[in-house]
Structure formats: C-alpha cells, structure tokens
Design a protein. Structure first.
Lengths: 116, 113
C-alpha cells in the first residue's frame, strides 16, 4: 500500500461523542499535517508535525487534539464538537518540514465529518 | 486582504479550448507557488510547481508567474472533460517568522463536451 491513507472515510457523530481520525503515510516523509476543508473556504491548516514534534497549532479549539506517535502515523481526536465543525478533514505529508519549496504536500482522501 | 485569492468560478470552457485560471497573493516575499487539482469527493493532487518568473510547461499545462504583479496563473491547453475539477492555488508565505503553505479557495473548472 502506498501514499497517504485516512480512516474512516465518513463519520457522523453527535456533539457529546468522542471519536478519532487516523492517518498513515507510506512515503517515508518526515512531516504530517491536518487540514480542514469547508465549503466556500480555503483549506485551513490545523496542525503540523515535523519528525513527530508538533511545530504548529493554528489557533485550533481544544476540542481537536492531535497525536503523532511516529513519523508515519497521525491521529486527530475529537470531542464535544459543534455542528460548524462538519467538514472534510484532510491529512497530508511532505518529505521535509512545512514550507519547503522542494517538498510538496501529498494528501489523503480525507474524512467527511458530520456533527449532528 | 486574503493571502491567496482565486475566483471561485465556475469557469466554463468548451472542449478543446484553453482554460485560464488565475491567482493573486499578498506576500511579496513568497518564493514558491503550486497548483493542485481536486476532483469532486477526492483529495488535492499536485500538478504544477513554479518558483521563477516566466512560464513553465508540462504537457498541456503551463504555469505562469509574475512576482512583480504578485500573480500566478495556470493555462490548460486542449481542455478535456476530464479536466473538470477544482484547481487550488497554493503559495508558501511567511507567517510569524516561519513559512507555511497557504491555499486559495479554488476555481471550479467545467469543460463542456
């Protein structure tokens, strides 16, 4: 299996639920990212990990909690979400850290999240 | 002012025509520019990168960069229905002392058979 894999593809959860999104990359990259994509809005960077260390938290509410146990795996733990958090959540990886001109982003297929 | 601006479209072109997608950015110090294509229900995929002023060609795709005007464009020659997708412009901008990839909202392209 190659590329960036995200599970689940679709998730419906209530506002009181706790769930987790999973991302795995098989590209040998050193940086991993969480992006949020909402209708009519640009991709919003949420979190960045370089070599398992979080290097950016883009003012994301604490109801989103990332975890990066190693360079190949990234999780996004969700709890007490709001309906406005419904969106497509995309995981991405790159060879080098964020902003490297020679290190484009490779995206997973995303998790379509609906909060009811 | 938005960091990266694109017309959301949709941009409709007939099959075989040239599609022209435009993007402007606010950070004059930006050095790296990318075009991603995103089919409906799919993830973005990189199709072009450009770093220097001028044109860069790859098959039917040409990226154009004008740093003085803070403008980057993507031309698609001989447009095909399979080119119908949303095209995202991405720019590496300086933010708080470090660099990050910033995306525009994307332009939806429809190629009419």
């Amino acid at each position: 299996e190659t590329g960036v894999t995200q599970t689940p593809r679709h998730l419906v959860m209530g506002m009181t639920n706790k769930k987790s999104l999973k991302c795995e990359q098989h590209l040998g990259h050193n940086a991993m990212y969480w992006y949020k994509q909402s209708a009519k809005k640009p991709l919003e960077l949420m979190f960045v990990y370089n070599f398992k260390e979080q290097t950016e938290n883009n003012s994301v509410p604490s109801r989103f909690s990332p975890e990066c146990p190693n360079s190949s795996h990234l999780f996004l733990h969700l709890h007490t979400l709001q309906p406005e958090d419904s969106a497509l959540y995309l995981c991405a990886s790159s060879q080098d850290g964020a902003g490297s001109r020679n290190s484009p982003l490779h995206f997973g297929n995303g998790t379509r999240l609906t909060v009811t | 002012q938005k960091e990266v601006e694109q017309n959301s479209g949709p941009l409709s072109v007939p099959e075989g025509a040239i599609a022209s997608l435009n993007c402007t950015y606010s950070d004059r110090g930006s050095q790296s520019f990318f075009w991603y294509r995103q089919y409906s229900g799919k993830s973005p995929e990189l199709i072009m990168s450009i770093y220097s002023n001028g044109d860069k060609e790859d098959g039917r795709f040409t990226a154009q960069l004008n740093k003085a005007s803070q403008y980057v464009s993507l031309l698609i020659r001989d447009s095909q229905p399979s080119d119908s997708a949303t095209y995202l412009c991405a720019v590496i901008v300086n933010s708080g002392g470090y660099q990050k990839v910033t995306f525009g909202t994307g332009t939806k392209l429809q190629v009419i058979p």
